[in-house]
Design a protein around this ligand. Sequence first.
Ligand SMILES: [Zn+2]
Ligand SMILES: [Zn+2]
Length: 342
Amino acid sequence: MLLRRIAFLLEQAGEPAYRSRAFRRAADTVGDLNEVEIRKRTDAGTLTDLPGVGPVTAGIVAEALAGVTPPYLARLQEQALEAASTDAGRLAAALRGDCHVHSDWSDGVASIREMAMAAIELGHEYIVLTDHSPSLRIARGLSGDRLREQIVAVDVLNQELAPFRILTGIEVDILPDGSLDQDADLLARLDVVVGSVHSLLRMEREAMTERMLNAIENPSLDILGHCTGRMKTRKRDRPGSEFDSARVFAACARYGKAVEVNSLAERRDPPQRLIQEALALGCQFALDSDAHSPGALAGKRRGCERATAAGVTADRVVNTRPAEALLDWARSHRAAAGSRRA
Ligand SMILES: [Zn+2]
Ligand SMILES: [Zn+2]
């Protein structure tokens, strides 16, 4: 994993291709071994007998096994941070994960594993896997059974990819009455839940506000996805929904839910004015790619530019936190909802 991260950083820094290629080759070779074999060879000093593994890469593997950050990697990461001289660059470098990622289980183009590998190269510690819910048939939304299957598949992958973590999640449709399009028990099992409006976007303002408030009050919802639903492509230009943003963002702030800054080029949602309003009302944010392909994970840079231009700082962005802190955040507002009901 570290070898791939190093290859990515070398490419990003504009180093000659033969250097990153060497690290990718070594990563492939070492990746074919299990951890016991890697340890055995490291202890015996025979890792370099394998094709593509030289003293530098073998040294990095040994350091990683010993639980230290290899200085070679630390130096590259330091350089990348220095190169990020803008606020947006610094926020992008501070992101430890992504809370909105699709796979080919719904309408993404790549496997869960491919999405995770791309996130590892970007330097992420985790992604939240958020495939669609049943009512979004056009995007092959997952039934309850399929989602349960996916949770098992994620568990298996996590054992392979540790310490990287795939957190379980969903992008659940906010139905017209504000309820969420999946069983409450199943939603409660997931690590992080993004809720989004995908249907009846032209609902009357008051009804749309109530719909969103209902969803935000739902204990299972953690992040309000692309809140206006606006969409601009070459073929269509769909304006955002009408809703009372002051009430919606005040509810997010009150219940400790995050407002998503969606980085997709065709969405760029919410618009700048609404990011500023949410910030002023005390909201936290999730800075997400909404990636449907591996390369799109890096699109968060776009969201970072818009967020920092609106004055959002890293401490207000939930995915600058380590995975455990993100999970604590989700648990804390869910627990608070439980005690409100009691
Ligand atoms: Zn969506
Ligand atoms: Zn999405």
